[in-house]
Ligand binder design. Structure first.
Ligand code: HBI
Ligand code: FE
Length: 295
């Protein structure tokens, strides 16, 4: 390995992985360190999302994008973005190197701080990456934190996460997060719309989740979602649909102890399954997944 690669990390991921971490795992975003190439990557990701999201993303997301002045003018400075967000719902966005331990993550959310990866994906990861980068976290997750009901849900998730950890039920709670915050759909007068960050930050899945006949689309039910396995490296086989953020907050409000008791005795549901009691909006053909398995 040449000495240069030790002295100057080449990718932004390496640069931030070696950045000094505070006790709460936050780091300095060092906005000035982003290169023109990294800013242009943000702009290309942003433009690609803007080509598919109008008419597919929920109106609350599109409105928040404007209010937060998120645009294709390079990677956002989290301090300046937080100053705007904080006036709306009291939330701030704090830079981290990447995934942080569960208890640290939940503590930030419980205190209205959203941890956002400071690195941006490499050219090779433009279509898919393992770990959430700044585009996934800030473009995908941050806009809806400007919506009061949604941001209250995220704060409640943080508090619930700390309790779930203590009760050994984190897997159930992570499914709730996955099928709403990451891959959730919401009803609107004009039809189904996207609110999940994992979909928002993927142009291909933004089209697939609403228009492809392959996946199931099922009305949200808290206990059902908490029993359902999920896929992490492909499109979802089932999307759950909420009526509103207010309804989601109501559905998830309250103490989960009795619910966790029932879940401990309940079997898991496979990601592609439809079960008795499901409010089925669309029974998927699973064609995309069968074709992929056959390839
Ligand atoms: N850390 N930075 C970051 N972002 C996440 O989304 C994240 C995390 N740590 C833990 C975690 N998510 C999940 O394990 C929990 O949501 C269950
Ligand atoms: Fe995410």
């Amino acid at each position: 390995m040449s000495s240069a690669s030790i002295a100057s990390p080449s990718t932004s991921k390496e640069r931030y992985t070696t950045a000094k971490r505070n006790a709460d795992h936050t780091i300095d975003q060092d906005w000035a360190s982003y290169t023109a190439e990294e800013h242009s990557r943000w702009d290309r990701l942003f433009r690609r999302a803007q080509e598919v999201l109008p008419g597919r993303a929920c109106v609350e997301f599109m409105e928040a994008m404007n209010r937060l002045q998120l645009s294709q003018s390079g990677i956002p400075d989290m301090e300046k973005l937080s100053d705007r967000l904080e006036t709306l719902t009291g939330w701030r966005v704090v830079p981290v190197h990447g995934l942080v331990p569960d208890d640290v993550f939940f503590d930030h959310l419980a205190n209205k701080r959203f941890p956002a990866g400071a690195f941006i994906r490499s050219e090779a990861e433009m279509d898919y990456l393992e770990e959430p980068d700044i585009f996934h976290d800030i473009f995908g997750h941050v806009p809806l934190l400007a919506n009061p009901a949604y941001s209250d849900f995220i704060q409640a998730y943080g508090k619930g996460g700390q309790r779930a950890l203590s009760m050994g039920r984190l897997a159930n709670l992570a499914r709730l997060y996955w099928y709403t915050v990451e891959f959730g759909l919401i009803r609107s007068d004009e039809g189904l719309r996207i609110f999940g960050a994992g979909i928002m930050s993927s142009a291909a899945e933004s089209v697939f989740c609403l228009e492809d006949p392959s996946p199931n689309r099922i009305g949200f039910n808290l206990e059902r979602v908490m029993r359902t396995n999920y896929i992490i490296d492909d499109f979802q086989q089932t999307y759950f649909v909420i009526d509103s953020f207010e309804r989601l907050l109501d559905d998830c409000y309250g103490d989960f102890t009795t619910l966790y008791g029932r879940l401990a005795a309940a079997s898991d549901i496979e990601a592609h399954d439809i079960v008795a009691g499901d409010a089925v909006l669309n029974r998927g053909t699973m064609k995309y997944f069968r074709d992929k398995a056959a390839a």
